[in-house]
Design a protein around this ligand. Structure first.
Ligand SMILES: [Zn+2]
Ligand SMILES: [Zn+2]
Length: 334
């Protein structure tokens, strides 16, 4: 099959991932073989290429927002039938035995495997996956439209879930990129009042179109205006104003993997009255399953830019330069 593989980490350039003809992967026990139709590219792929994340497998095929069609089953794999469409996300496997798995927190599994990092991912014609970690894809969507749901969408949904926001509650979203533009559609569907904080005019405009009741900048927040808030931007300086904007008992969720240094907090202004802060690390399968069910029910609209797989290096370069609007999706048709 055709695959784009990383052999050596270095700043992204036109030949970071090399185009190669390699043997088709063979599904092992409990795995399915999937023909890739579309695979999103995100900043985590860029961090794997450039070395912010140390390599777990060499060479590796990155890509962890895969939408594909099942074309082969290993002996014993019975969850899907050949011909079904599936989605594969970052969480590729958990051990089921560590203290985190046993206590229902598989997102923190000590032995987790990740797609496009520990196991070859979707920047290729075929990929194998553990069937228990593949998602059923709802009807009525193009493969490219599903792809952003499988990374930023799942993280945004998990952040929403752990924020404890209730129907009719007042929710603040700080930063309005790929995750937030999906999360807002769920929050509005739940009947929440959504307040969007962004420095970008175009993002505030899109937030308004998607149902935000208020848009503005972080410094325009009033104390006590929010029941829950989520920071999507990797900007630690947003934490104090977001905490101040929370009402008593409010919760702030930090949805990013990276965050710039966080300024000191004032106990009385930012933390007292039972306010809390929690970060998001990876996701559980239920996050993906619940989000995909909501995607069909609402239905969620995603903004995507489609590119041929052959342009994968260029797409990662555009992502680094901040030139991609919405989700960047590589279409695999070769
Ligand atoms: Zn585990
Ligand atoms: Zn991702």
């Amino acid at each position: 099959m055709l695959a784009y593989r990383l052999h050596k980490q270095a700043p992204i350039n036109a030949s970071s991932l090399t185009r190669e003809e390699i043997a088709d992967p063979e599904p092992q026990a409990a795995q399915i073989l999937t023909k890739v139709l579309a695979c999103g590219a995100c900043h985590t792929d860029l961090h794997i290429v450039e070395g912010e994340l140390s390599l777990h497998k060499k060479p590796i095929i990155p890509g962890h927002q895969v939408v594909g069609e099942v074309v082969g089953l290993s002996e014993g794999a019975s969850r899907f039938e050949v011909g079904e469409r599936v989605g594969l996300a970052w969480l590729a496997h958990t051990c089921g035995r560590c203290r985190f798995c046993i206590s229902g927190r598989e997102n923190l599994c000590q032995n987790a495997l990740f797609t496009g990092y520990d196991i070859d991912g979707g920047f290729a014609q075929f990929v194998v996956a553990y069937e228990e970690f593949a998602y059923r894809i709802p009807q009525g969507f193009e493969p490219a439209e599903i792809s952003p749901l499988l990374c930023g969408g799942i993280i945004g949904y998990r952040a929403l879930r752990i924020s404890g926001i209730k129907p009719g509650g007042r929710l603040g979203l700080y930063g309005f990129g790929n995750s937030a533009h999906i999360a807002i559609q769920v929050a509005v569907h739940w009947g929440c009042e959504v307040y969007v904080f962004s420095r970008t005019d175009a993002h505030r405009k899109l937030a308004g179109e998607l149902g935000a009741v208020w848009t503005g900048k972080a410094e325009e927040a009033k104390p006590g205006m929010l029941d829950s808030a989520i920071i999507f931007a990797p900007a630690g300086e947003l934490i104090p104003p977001a905490m101040e904007a929370l009402d008593k008992g409010g919760k702030l969720v930090l949805a990013g993997i990276y965050m710039s240094p966080t300024p000191p907090l004032d106990y009385e202004k930012h933390l007292y009255y039972e306010k809390s802060i929690q970060s998001v690390a990876n996701s559980e399968r239920r996050d993906g399953e619940e989000l995909l069910a909501l995607a069909e029910e609402i239905p969620i609209k995603t903004e995507v830019e489609e590119y041929p797989l052959a342009e994968v290096n260029e797409v990662l370069m555009r992502l680094k330069e901040g030139k991609v609007q919405g989700g960047a999706v590589l279409m695999v048709s070769e």
